[in-house]
Design a protein around this ligand. Sequence first.
Ligand SMILES: [Zn+2]
Ligand SMILES: [Zn+2]
Length: 247
Amino acid sequence: MVIEARDGTSTTRVLLDCGFGLKETARRLERLGLEPGQLDALLVTHEHGDHIGSAYAFGAKHDLPVYTSHGTWLATAHLRGADRADVRVIAADHAFSVGGLQILPYTVPHDAREPLQFVLGDGDVRLGVLTDAGMETPYVVARLAGVDALVLECNHDRELLRNSLYPPSLKRRIGGDFGHLANEIAAAILSQVAHGKLGRVVAAHLSQQNNTPALATAALAGVLGAVPDDILVADQSDGLAWQPVGA
Ligand SMILES: [Zn+2]
Ligand SMILES: [Zn+2]
């Protein structure tokens, strides 16, 4: 996902997670009308392959700093190889800036070494991002309070996961407190974060086996008193076109 901030004279763009290979990442950027050289940095939430992917190689190739936690950095020694990415260690609750973007990392309950999620703002409006979390916590809700737009994991429908062909151990992992957000938990988080000026809400990280866009959008729309079509879905293959944060 690319987040862009413009302040008249300058534009800042960061790529949040890089779960694909070098070519596919470049292809997906092209779909948004971007070349890798137009990015300013990469942010990596955690070491799982669908997030770190080719981040170090991509950062090294295109001369982009890679911001991630110390734990993620430690857990990914095998991926760093000879790529010599410019890694900048960040930590939960220590805000930092990349160009015109102010970025606040926060931590989440997930089975990774030191996972981070992010709230990003330009001084005017803020976008909250939450994927890869097993449960709702007061801390997570507090970090997302007041955001103007939200990208929210809706990983699975509990019933579909229960009845899926996944092995029991995997079901326990996904549905556990350090796994992934069920639609109903995402909805519970949204209900606490929602406010009158909350704009775009994007359902993300949907399981292809254990969820459907219809179930995810219905769950989120339900708590907003909206219709499912008002909720956007970040599709794994098609992604999502540019969306504004705030009015
Ligand atoms: Zn993930
Ligand atoms: Zn993960």
